[in-house]
Design a protein around this ligand. Structure first.
Ligand SMILES: [Fe+2]
Ligand SMILES: [Fe+2]
Length: 135
């Protein structure tokens, strides 16, 4: 399973947002690394929990910017974040209750979600934010 390598194709052209996305990629790679060396479930769950928490902070940051600049697709964008957060909380709950274990499939889901969201939904707001003077 390949690591997540950041490249320009993921850039939304806004420095602060790219930096946050890069941090999320780093966190996913840390999780991948921990899986490779077969760190225990507890350690993995902690890493995942941190990544999810950071993702939610990032969502709030984006939403705040999109709201302030009156992004026309604000509500829709917010729904994508909410749907992910809901899935993530269910997953965390199941992990903590021992009903689920962290697998590479979980990692793959997180990676794909981030890749698709950044290149799809996040890129859609690029021009709008740049128009509003956000760099
Ligand atoms: Fe984002
Ligand atoms: Fe987003």
């Amino acid at each position: 399973m390949a690591r997540f390598t950041w490249s320009e194709k993921y850039s939304v052209g806004i420095a602060s947002i790219d930096a946050q996305h890069k941090k999320l990629v780093e966190m996913l790679n840390r999780m991948h690394e921990a899986m490779k060396v077969e760190k225990g479930d507890e350690a993995l769950t902690t890493i995942l929990e941190e990544a999810i928490k950071y993702a939610q902070e990032h969502f709030s940051y984006e939403e705040e910017l999109l709201l302030q600049t009156k992004y026309p697709e604000f509500e829709e964008h917010k729904k994508f974040h909410a749907a992910f957060s809901q899935k993530a909380s269910i997953l965390m709950e199941q992990l903590k209750e021992g009903k689920q274990i962290l697998t590479i499939g979980t990692w793959q889901f997180l990676k794909s979600w981030l890749e698709e969201h950044v290149q799809g939904e996040d890129k859609k707001y690029s021009a709008h934010l740049k128009d509003k003077g956000i760099v």
